[in-house]
Design a protein around this ligand. Sequence first.
Ligand code: FAD
Length: 457
Amino acid sequence: MTVAVVLFTSDLRLHDHPPLRAALKAADEVVPLFVLDTGVHAAGFDAPNRRAFLADCLGDLDSSLRRRGGRLVVRSGPVAREVRAVAAECGAAEVHMAAGVTAYARRREERLREQLGDDGVALRVHEAVITAVAPGAVTPSGGDHFAVFTPYFRRWSQETLRKPLAAPRTVRVPDGVRGEALPDRADVAGTSPGLPAGGETAGRDRYSRWSHSGLSRYEDRHDDLAGDATSRLSPYLHFGALSPVELVHRARAHGGPGAQAFVRQVCWRDFHHQVLAARPEASREDYRTRHDRWRQEGDATDDIAAWRDGRTGYPIIDAAMRQLRHEGWMHNRARLLVAGFLTKTLYVDWRIGARHFLDLLVDGDVVNNQLNWQWVAGTGTDTRPHRVLNPLVQSRRFDPDGAYVRRWVPELRGLDGRSVHEPWRLAAVERAGLDYPDRLIDLADGLARFKHARGRD
Ligand code: FAD
């Protein structure tokens, strides 16, 4: 009997899973393995919302494997040590896994290659599992990555994606491989009350339901804050419970402008992955420095706390920050607004905002989070780095009736029409009845400080 190990990481699914398919082809029996990596814990990336969602994903993967005659083996510890031990226990000749992008994922791969190599076990790394197009597969002439989205999208759209692989019918797992109890979402403390259910089954259901009603209207409605009309697939993509290759195929097969706009958004994900693959330090450092002297925790303690707590006095910002805390998720337009407000109005370091997002976002990942924050802060890939989104103008445009604000800021529910976006304009006597803070800052003052800091006044 030959045995291969499949190490699952950010690819927690059975459909369209090239490492699993290759392992099943190469060996008679396969050990599907997930390691609760103490390295991820030490780096502070296993925030409660993601830990809970991960528990759902692992539970669902285990159930799907059991229906096929197998099971998921879960271990905890340093990932290389555990993979090596499992490979030795089952006498595996090969370990298959998806290629990662972050510096952490690459170090993990190197360590595995080295340590498994010492034992005579081959590491087989598969590209385009976590992204639709592998980072580095599409490059500009003379460069190692695209720094601007539109030309990347043009080239990315011309790539031929592999046909999505079906989920295997059977998975035979050797006896005697020790596993631990699966983590249980109920054991994770401090999660957001509105957190969605994780797992491949939930993700596939969500796509199917949403694609019937939401996909064709996506182009027109994706910025409607109250309409909440986007797919909400980001956590499933983050954990790889859905395959980006399969999603792009399915959306293209659906066709129409809505599907095209959706595929374009999925391409943003690949775009950021290829940037970070080429510039891993961009997870911490400015991708393009503007020589900012950002305000830090000690200089802006109260402003940062008000932003985090959704008490800035700007209803649209506060609504979004409260949605983040309640759901572990936030609408993309709202993310743009709150990130712009923190960096360009309050002139606070983008890393402080990115950290808070990573503490709460169920889809929070270093690639998309840090690079979107940099895009907004103007230190990333935005071709208009000094643009400032005015939260008032934006709220009138994307929440014209104030329904999004009223949903998340109950103190303002009694206000009608547009006054909900500008409570500071109410008569003093009306304002006094609201338990809602005054504006933290005048937008004009924030803008002047930002322009001055960037040398543009
Ligand atoms: P849809 O609009 O339905 O889009 C479909 C998919 O495309 C998403 O699920 C996502 O995987 C991808 N996508 C859409 N927009 C982007 C984008 N700008 N960048 C990368 N991928 C995109 N996304 C994350 O997945 N993780 C993060 O940590 C994250 N942090 C962000 C931080 C900031 C400051 C900003 C402005 C954006 C961030 N995004 C992040 C991108 C985007 O906001 C979310 O992917 C999106 O809101 C998820 O909702 P959805 O699934 O309904 O998206």
